[in-house]
Write a new protein. Structure first.
Length: 69
């Protein structure tokens, strides 16, 4: 998980080597982290190491193609 532009995000692996960034709400603290009640489902493959690298790659690839989203 990572924090960017005031929001919390998680990267999900949707296919081998393919990742999707989704906003997650950290609204329920628990003793060792957060309980997430929406935007993730059982069986999702969530990136737990390297999310910042994926964010950097996402924006680097957008800059190379001229996409400004």
């Amino acid at each position: 998980m990572l924090r960017w532009q005031g929001k919390n995000w998680a990267y999900l692996e949707t296919a081998p080597g393919t990742f999707l960034r989704k906003e997650v709400l950290l609204d329920t603290p628990v003793s060792n982290g957060w309980f997430i009640r929406q935007n993730l489902t059982l069986g999702d493959h969530v990136v737990i190491t390297g999310a910042q690298q994926l964010l950097s790659e996402e924006f680097r690839s957008q800059n190379q193609t001229g996409d400004t989203d």
